[in-house]
Design a protein around this ligand. Structure first.
Ligand code: ZN
Length: 219
């Protein structure tokens, strides 16, 4: 849990695959603790059963040699802690448009689950600019990643961060501070994408969160 004692605000997030309960532990300055059990409401996810096998990647070793530095750059960026305060804001949609993929969607290949969709896809058209959903610091801004293509990661502080992928162009650089509503870049289909869309994924520490929970429904 992240706590700001000055204004008594905190943020917690639970992963899609969190269990049915969690323990909230509050530790006061004098070391005293307060514990509370939280019951977690289940949600319905879009599950699709397909009658094809989940194939292992061909030439997995060669692929990982190329992929590892990208994976490390993303992991390191997401682990960066800045003192951004965006986590306290009401998040806005980075762009409005048709939602072409929802968070949590998953395919089951002949009984074997594939990885679930870790973000939300918005498809307003190729080249459309998108903005920062909340204040933050740009901790990664790269192009040419094998899966993500153009990628921007914004740290919102307190362990909360946003990643935007498949971009056609980037309007910010690593280290830039951005305000809610500032243009970050343009939507594209770079990396592994079937068509132009913005994939927005939100993480708090190790937990993947549905951005829709912070923005409310698409206007
Ligand atoms: Zn996506």
């Amino acid at each position: 849990m992240e706590l700001d004692v000055r204004d008594r605000t905190f943020f917690i997030g639970l992963d899609r695959d969190a269990g049915t309960s969690a323990e909230l532990v509050f530790t006061a300055g004098d070391g005293q603790t307060l514990t509370q059990q939280i019951r977690i409401q289940p949600r319905d996810w879009q599950i699709e059963r397909v009658n094809v096998p989940l194939r292992p990647r061909a030439n997995a070793e060669d692929w990982w040699k190329m992929r590892e530095p990208e994976w490390l750059a993303i992991r390191d960026a997401r682990a960066k802690d800045t003192d951004a305060q965006g986590w306290k804001q009401d998040f806005i949609w980075p762009v409005t448009g048709r939602i072409s993929g929802r968070f949590g969607r998953q395919r089951i290949y002949q009984g074997e689950p594939g990885s679930y969709h870790s973000g939300i896809d918005i498809a307003p058209g190729n080249g459309v600019p998108f903005v920062a959903p909340a204040d933050g610091v740009v901790v990664l801004a790269r192009t040419g990643f094998s899966l993500e293509g153009g990628i921007i990661i914004v740290d919102h502080g307190a362990g909360l961060n946003s990643a935007f992928i498949h971009l056609s162009s980037l309007a910010v650089a690593e280290g830039d501070s951005v305000r809610q509503g500032d243009t970050l870049g343009n939507i594209g289909a770079s990396g592994r994408a079937t068509g132009p869309h913005l994939h927005w994924s939100l993480m708090w520490r190790e937990s993947r969160l549905d951005p829709l929970l912070l923005t409310g429904p698409m206007p």
